[in-house]
Design a protein around this ligand. Sequence first.
Ligand code: IVH
Length: 672
Amino acid sequence: MSSLLEQIEQLRETIRRHEHLYYVLDQPELTDAEFDRLMLRLKEFEREHPELISPDSPTQRVGGQPREGFVKVRHSTPLMSLDNVYSEQELLDFDRRVREGAGEANIAYVTELKLDGLSIVLHYEQGRLERALTRGNGEIGEEVTANLRTIPSVPLRLSAAQLQQLPEEARPRFEVRGEVLMPRQSFSELNETRAAQGLPLFANPRNAAAGAVRTLDARVTAERKLDFFAYYLLHDGQFLCPSHYDGLRLLRALGLKVNPHSLLHHGITAVWDYVQAWEDKRDSLPYEIDGVVIKVDSVDLQRRLGATSKFPRWATAYKYAARQAVTKLLDIGISVGRTGALTPFAILDPVALGGVTVSRATLHNEDEIRRLDLKIGDFVLVERSGDVIPKVLRVELDRRPAGVREFRMPDLCPVCGAHAHKEEGEAVLRCVNTSCPAQLKENLVHFAHRGVMDIDGLGPSLVDQLVNHLAVRNVADLYQLTEEQLTSLERVGAKSARNLLGQIDRSRSNSLDRVIYGLGIRHVGERTAKDLAGHFGSIDALMNASVEQLQSAPEVGPRIAQSIFDFFQEPANRALVERLRHAGLRFEQEKKTATATPLAGKTLVLTGTLPSLSRDQAKRMIEEAGGKVAAAVSRKTDYVIAGEEAGSKLEKARELSIPVLDEEGLRTLLQS
Ligand code: IVH
């Protein structure tokens, strides 16, 4: 019997391995739920034995108490910055200088994407993350260890096998340099939340990432969803490998996340091809880059070339053209989204930005217009970054023409004419009418969404057709659709019409919390809907609750309570609820009984395509019956559910003599 400490360590090792698979390699072996369960087990363990918590435990990423200030630490060797080149000619000049310095005709270069983040130095001792430093002034950085710990792709501890990859002398301590960045997705979510809360927005992911790294409260870093890519491995201030490219490979073997697009080339021609190719492809990346970094591969040659007072002579950055330009603000328009938010947008004098003509830019909300001091007729600096909507960065105040016009948000929704209303503490004005055509399509898509009523096949393009051609005006209309109506639409055959109707019909039996979530009440997400269903037990109780009663539900504060109350005050919304009741949706919470869990304690694996259930649907049915779904077949698997084109999992099941069922078999099992 192993000691408690050994058991905890083993569990941590397992979690670290799965974190690496998920965050670094992007190849998860476990489902999210399985991973969460491991983490939960560790947390419980540690709660019972707080004396066994170690700073490199996977649970310690959450971020502790805010700190007083940053400690300054001198870097082992200064962090240099890079010289920039902006054209093919300047790139060729760089290559010529390198060749002359080297006395060689053909140079091996490594190209890397120039990630638009901030550089960070990680110090590992005995394979554990001991210290993380910002660049600071290049000589002296600031200690931000607690913050860097919250980034899932930063390993807190390397396994013994990973550490073995290093030459012996480097195992006690080594240093990793790299870039912390904020993926576009995290950035836009962050700004959306901030806009809704009336907080100032971040101008770009880089600033948002820098703020998150330099905060004194690690919980803020944890919320900002950052990523880290390593590009240097040092020992005693020296590169560990004679080839930079090998250095990247070694970093990868150590379990660090290395950008997959780094390449080794012979000669500058291939480098130029790479630079050009990425200028076209940069929008397809999930994060922003502002160029390509070109590094001489041979560390010996790097040493011979040396550095100027500012930059290494063996590396340079090819910077892509900025996608900013000044143009005139012709007017401000208003768009209306799913939640009814009235969003102002800039109507611009068309201007070319990095190969695209831009005539609109987002303005987020009224506060943003005020913050920018924007007036109609102003000259504005516009930026297009990646595939996101262009935005107005600032007003060229010194060029303000005479006769510019003040802008005011409208009092009425420009689409349906209903009142627009601003909630307390919010910066956003909203249309109160949920049947407003602008909100309608978005509402229908939300209703049909996987995590909501899960009506497979009802996506944005079909919703467009339903609204435009079949006069669907709210979610209750979905339950009245007929096969004839559906087949009258473009690209809808009899088979898909029947499938859709089947899906709609099936959604009638969805649990109450899903129906509540599907109504699209502001501030009521999946979690809150579950809490509400559990607390009130029926739509009627919820609909007739006072603000005070609503606040007595778990996790419901004054803001959510008011929003639910307002929703049910609106006669159109009450009418909608009645029609849904009429359509036969579940308006009461089903009681969970022992018989509802025929699969308690059982592990199932899904493989191949099932005839009528999507993978998510099958998974949910299994989980609702108390079973769990695993990603891989093992001896612990109880059943494998196989559909068409089932592959290696089916073979494995046969190998291990695990019962294999089809969809029919699954249904029988669920009813047992
Ligand atoms: S190498 C002397 N590689 O760009 C070498 N830097 O302008 C300096 N950066 O401060 C760093 N991606 O923050 C390197 N693949 C990459 C990079 C990269 C982004 C940033 C880094 C540095 C700045 C230099």
